[in-house]
Design a protein. Sequence first.
Length: 67
Amino acid sequence: MQPDDLVLAVNGKDVNGLADFYRKIWGMGNAGVDIPLTILRGTRVRDITVRSADRHQFLTIRSKKVL
């Protein structure tokens, strides 16, 4: 995905707002599943696939080990 991409659909189902987007993503399964998206990039509609991730794991600050 790139800045300014607009998500039109998740797994072929139209997205109607941010809450609906997240519900559709979460409904696809646990973190690590492939999510088919239809996006609008500029004037072109494209189908892409992204892999979902666990947001808690992604946002966790990992401490650096001190030697």
